[in-house]
Design a protein around this ligand. Structure first.
Ligand code: NAD
Ligand code: DAU
Length: 342
């Protein structure tokens, strides 16, 4: 399957903009229309330097049916990244999560149904809830991982809004023949990630002379994947995936938060104990882990960033050399966390 005109919603955010860079670099036949509301998490600078004849930014809301229908009518695929994406924000005010993640998705899939346009839905492993920590298992075995058959049991307002949107897509496939695929990916890291998120928050804290902040004891496990590997997987699914299928994306990158933080401190030349333990996140998911066998065997994908320390070093280098990208927001982000005891 080849595409000439794709819409990338949320293409000025972290993962969406990395996907746009990927498409421009590797698929010269494709024109990208980015539909992005430019919320606090969207940034035009994430698309700077991309050729105007390849990428057009439309500033607008995915909940705007008239705008969405006008754009979708001229497209041959929609890749839907736009979302409210931060768990901590959803615990303060869930409202925009319901609007953008659920209502926004319904507007997009209705438009794709109307104009019979291929749709790919970007989702998260968090829809499956959490897994027990390996150290709490009898015999400390490998532990279970999420598969496409895992039951949905989201924990937070964010993850439940993403789960709701996945279910809408599944129903539109079955009831209306929507030509859709879904991918559920684990925690991404890399350039252009908003500094409210764990890894860039700690890197920019250290660069600002602020002690890094670890929620609770730091035993919670996330399954880290470099965002470039996510982009390559999404392209494979968009072009070679089977309609109606769900693919899980992960790179066997399980790490607990304390280990990640200590590695950041080491790579940045600090003592590994130079951080502060702060109030834990309510309902904090314990462990995520992805079984990506289906993606690897059916679509031949495999990650290129297999060494987390190297990927993390590149990410530290990026934030160190792009202070102009994050500096203006740093004080406000930390003030918001401080109000919350974090
Ligand atoms: P992000 O918060 O960095 O970016 C979200 C983008 O969506 C921003 O550019 C924002 O302006 C835009 N947006 C928000 N509301 C909008 C609206 N109503 N209309 C149009 N644009 C709107 O998010 P991210 O971390 O890049 O995540 C992108 C997608 O990937 C999300 O769907 C998220 O659930 C999913 N995901 C994220 C991760 C992760 O580790 N960050 C992992 C798996 C899946
Ligand atoms: O699993 C995929 C999900 O990963 C995506 O769906 C979300 O959009 C994305 O934000 C991410 O969710 P998390 O909640 O796992 O990511 P976050 O960066 O917020 O936190 C990662 C871990 O680090 C989590 O266990 C909480 C912890 N943490 C976070 C912050 C911001 C800290 O210990 N200290 C911090 O300052």
């Amino acid at each position: 399957m080849t595409f000439k005109n794709i819409i990338v919603t949320g293409g000025a955010g972290f993962i969406g903009s990395n996907f746009v860079h990927y498409v421009v670099k590797h698929h010269p036949e494709v024109h990208v229309t980015v539909l992005d509301k430019l919320t606090y998490a969207g940034n035009k600078a994430n698309l700077a330097g991309l050729p105007a004849e390849r990428v057009e930014l439309i500033v607008g809301d995915i909940c705007d049916q008239t705008l969405v229908e006008r754009l979708v009518a001229d497209a041959d695929a929609v890749v839907h990244y736009a979302a409210e994406s931060h768990n901590d924000n959803s615990l303060i005010d869930p409202t925009p999560f319901i609007q953008t993640n659920i209502v926004g998705t319904s507007v997009l899939i209705n438009a794709c149904r109307k104009f019979d346009v291929r749709y790919h839905h970007i989702s998260t492993d968090e829809v499956y809830g959490d897994l027990p920590l390996r150290e709490d298992l009898p015999g400390h075995g490998e532990g279970e991982k999420f598969t496409p058959e895992s039951p949905y049991r989201p924990s937070s307002p964010y993850s439940s809004s993403k789960a709701s949107s996945d279910l809408l897509v599944r129903a539109w496939v079955r009831s209306f023949g929507l030509r859709a695929t879904i991918s559920n990916c684990s925690n991404n890291y890399g350039p252009y990630q908003h500094i409210e998120k764990f890894i860039p928050r700690q890197i920019t804290n250290i660069l600002s002379g602020i002690q890094p902040k670890l929620y609770g004891t730091g035993k919670n496990v996330r399954d880290w994947i470099h965002t470039n590997d996510h982009s390559r997987a999404v392209w494979q699914i968009l072009t070679k995936g089977k309609i109606g299928e769900t693919y899980l994306i992960g790179a066997d990158g399980e790490q607990n938060n304390k280990d990640v933080l200590e590695l950041i401190l080491k790579l940045m030349g600090k003592s590994s104990s130079d951080y502060e333990q702060v109030k834990d996140r309510p309902g904090h998911d314990l462990r995520y882990a992805i079984d990506a066998t289906k993606l690897r065997t059916e679509l031949g994908w495999q990650p290129e960033f297999t060494d987390f320390e190297t990927g993390l070093q590149h990410t530290i280098d990026w934030y160190t050399t792009h202070e102009d990208w994050w500096r203006a927001e740093k004080a406000a982000v930390e003030a918001k966390y401080a109000q919350n005891g974090q």
